[in-house]
Design a binder for this molecule. Structure first.
Ligand code: UD1
Length: 429
């Protein structure tokens, strides 16, 4: 078990390159299953969710090699169509393999994903959509079998909610189906466009991503390609929040500023100065942060649920009261009880959290319970006076590459410690 030990109070200052996007690389790696050939993906982040995805690819029969941030996948030899329960459990988003496995092998067998750290994650929208392609679905004993009984044919699908994962699964199923598939009320996240750009570079014909309606004209087969994954907008904004909370200044290199548009107004409302160039963003924090009136998480281009916890950490040190409303996931406030240990003043009522800013957070012993919530505790530790320990950082390592190294290079005092599990997780209150 490993943990971060942080001595807070240092001003974050400097520049950093932003890693490749977790939410892009996972579906793109899954998509390689559709390709009978070798695909080379660059800007692949070194995070544990990528390790888990590669384990699934290898199980399915793909040959995967990794050289720094470049991953090469040869899917010529795919010879399985199931994902064992232990691999499914490692990562909830492994459900995104569904469309690719069906498209490649004509069948699939997955275990049902249950609850996870941020609440139930049903897959009814995925299943409804897959069924529309004429796939037979049989569910028994927490296992779901899928079988293509006649060649896949394009369909019109209107999603009742713009689910990111369901949109990705539909795209992956439709790529090599006969005819045209149209998705209305599709998710508009930049990672969906990245998946489509990757598939188009392999010969797919997908248009309309980034808007509400996506059109996929099925092609016979996909071919090998080389592709670079987009930068991670959530990692970028996490470090912006860290700079804001420590009254610092950060220059983010290798970002796509348009992808940060939903969060930039929030930093400006808090009094930060933001300057933008074609591929970089600089945030300069004021001596005192102002509170944020209301933040409501929404599907893109709304404020991302994946930044809710980190912005909450920021509002704990703003002057005045901020209100946060989480509309995407029903149980995404697990970080709140840990934040209270820093002296933060937060009240939660259902999906609403009211945060009264306080000038002084005090270092605390806390435990991460999910990826972004864990990141928010690191941010609180950076701003707090004294020493903070964040345990169970395996969640943070799912999505942040070398977080302690990046923050150290920016002037923060944070080290990653490996702990003996015999007394790991013990709190020192
Ligand atoms: C993706 C992201 C995750 C982000 C989320 C919302 C990846 C790997 N993960 O997750 O980081 O927080 O989008 O932006 O890209 N839902 C249903 N039925 C379904 C599918 C979803 O009810 O079949 C509900 C979910 O429970 C949740 C909401 O829809 O409340 C959003 O889920 P979805 O957009 O599908 O998120 P993920 O693809 O799981």
């Amino acid at each position: 078990m490993s943990r971060y030990v942080i001595n807070g109070g240092n001003r974050l200052y400097g520049e950093t390159l932003i890693q490749g996007s977790k939410n892009s690389i996972l579906p793109i790696l899954a998509a390689t299953v559709l390709i009978k050939g070798e695909t080379v993906i660059s800007n692949c982040p070194d995070i544990s969710d990528v390790d888990a995805t590669i384990r699934i690819l290898s199980y399915l029969g793909c040959k995967v090699t990794r050289d720094g941030h470049t991953v090469t996948v040869d899917s010529t030899t795919v010879d399985k169509f199931d994902i064992p329960d232990d691999l499914m459990r490692e990562m909830r988003s492994s459900v995104v393999f569904l469309g690719a496995i069906i498209g490649r092998t004509g069948k699939a067998c997955l275990s049902t994903p249950g609850g996870c750290e941020i609440g139930l994650r049903p897959i009814d929208l995925h299943l409804d959509a897959i069924q529309r392609f004429g796939v037979n679905i049989h569910e028994e004993f927490a296992k779901i079998d899928f079988e293509v009984v006649k060649p896949l044919e394009g369909v019109n699908i209107s999603l009742s909610f713009p689910s990111v994962g369901a949109t990705e699964n539909i795209i992956l199923t439709a790529c090599t189906a006969k005819g045209t598939t149209v998705i209305t009320n599709a998710a508009r996240e930049p990672e969906i466009s990245d998946l489509a750009d990757f598939l188009n570079s392999c010969g797919a014909r997908i248009s309309g991503t980034g808007e509400g309606t996506i059109i996929i004209e099925g092609v016979k087969e996909l071919h090998s390609a080389q592709y670079r994954v987009i930068p991670d907008r959530i990692v970028a904004t996490t470090y912006m929040a860290a700079a804001a909370m420590t009254h610092g200044k950060i220059h983010l290199k290798s970002v796509i500023p348009a992808h940060l548009a939903p969060v930039i107004p929030v930093f400006e409302e808090a009094g930060c100065d933001i300057s933008i160039s074609s591929s970089s963003v600089t945030l300069t924090a004021p001596p005192y942060l102002r509170s944020i009136k209301t933040i409501r998480t929404m599907p893109y281009p709304g404020f991302p649920t994946d930044m809710q916890a980190q912005i909450m950490a920021m509002t704990t040190v703003c002057h005045g009261t901020s209100v946060i409303i989480e509309t995407i996931f029903e149980s995404r406030y697990k970080h709140v009880s840990e934040m209270l240990r820093f002296g933060a003043k937060i009240r939660v009522d259902g999906r609403m959290a009211v945060v009264e800013g306080t000038p002084d957070l005090t270092g605390a012993s806390v435990i991460a319970s999910d990826l972004r919530g864990g990141a928010s505790l690191v941010l609180a530790g950076l701003a707090a006076q004294g020493t903070t320990t964040v345990d169970d950082i395996k969640y943070i390592l799912r999505g942040y590459e070398n977080m302690s190294g990046v923050l150290t290079s920016l002037g923060c005092d944070i080290v990653k410690e490996e702990r003996n599990t015999a007394n790991g997780g013990d709190r020192q209150s």
